[in-house]
Write a protein that binds this ligand. Structure first.
Ligand SMILES: N#Cc1ccccc1Cn1ccc2ccc(-c3cc(N)[nH]n3)cc21
Length: 246
């Protein structure tokens, strides 16, 4: 997978060279290209922002530098186009399902906005030739898109074949196929500062262990994310338009 990231703070994305994503890049599973948006400005001050039409606080990112950046990264007459991801508080939610979808793409490009956002015409211009997704990583406001890109790239990269050691572990994680939060995990020692590992996990009875883990997943989900259980209820009662099969 090729990844292009455009930002006025490309050094923010240096974290992509570390750990799992860094290993994936070094092993050729990921081909990461970082770009400074200011390379597509031509005035003395390398200006990327201006005041908002209609008034209001803050500044807006100018369209032209982004237009030139997109044209340079993915020429209109090029052999392929990336899927463009634009982090924004106003985007569709980034979910594990979307992470799996993006992990299947051969080429992703990320546009990291700053200030009060990017001129809306940039997304419209890009959508003339590539798929564009405006995506939120959560209902809170960051100062820019870079942190959101780090989150999304890590969530996507770890799904790529060969990136994590034990792909079986992906199936048991929170937000994986069964829609439940994952169960609590423990390791040695069995007793630690007055806190013991649940006896069932030391029993060697794999059936009882599997049952306990499922019960813990359901308990945790009910306690922390009842909305996920509500989705389960809709599926089981056929309210979600399926025949009750996930
Ligand atoms: N846009 C905007 C905006 C609008 C109002 C106030 C502050 C900002 C800052 N900002 C500029 C770029 C940008 C990118 C992504 C996020 C972002 C994503 C999630 N999930 N939260 N915040 C914020 C971003």
């Amino acid at each position: 997978m090729r990844l292009d990231v455009v930002s006025i703070f490309p050094e923010y994305l240096a974290a992509l060279d570390v750990s799992l994503v860094g290993k994936a890049a070094k092993s050729g599973l990921l081909d990461v290209h970082l770009h400074d948006l200011r390379d597509w400005t031509h005035d003395r001050h390398r200006t990327v922002d201006d005041t908002p039409y209609g008034g209001g606080a803050g500044m807006v990112m100018k369209a032209e530098p982004w237009g030139q950046a997109l044209d340079a990264l993915a020429p209109v007459d090029g052999p392929a186009q990336p899927r463009l991801i634009v982090p924004t508080p106003a985007g569709r939610p980034f979910t594990q399902a979307l992470a799996y979808e993006l992990a299947a793409e051969p080429w992703l490009a990320f546009a990291c906005g700053r200030y009060e956002g990017i001129d809306a015409r940039v997304a419209s211009y890009a959508a003339e030739r590539m798929r564009v997704d405006e995506v939120s990583i959560g209902d809170y406001v960051l100062n820019g898109g870079e942190v959101a890109v780090l989150v999304m790239v890590e969530a996507v990269a770890r799904l790529l074949p060969g990136v994590i050691g034990n792909p079986e572990s992906l199936a048991e994680e929170s937000h994986s196929g069964d829609g439940l939060l994952e169960y609590p995990v423990y390791t040695k020692p069995p007793a630690w500062r007055g806190h013991d590992v649940p006896e069932v996990l030391l029993s060697g009875n794999h059936g009882l262990i599997a049952d306990w883990r499922h019960e813990e997943s359901v308990r945790r989900t009910a306690e922390r994310r009842p909305d996920l259980l509500a989705a389960w209820g809709d599926v089981l009662s056929g309210q979600d338009g399926t025949d009750g099969v996930r």
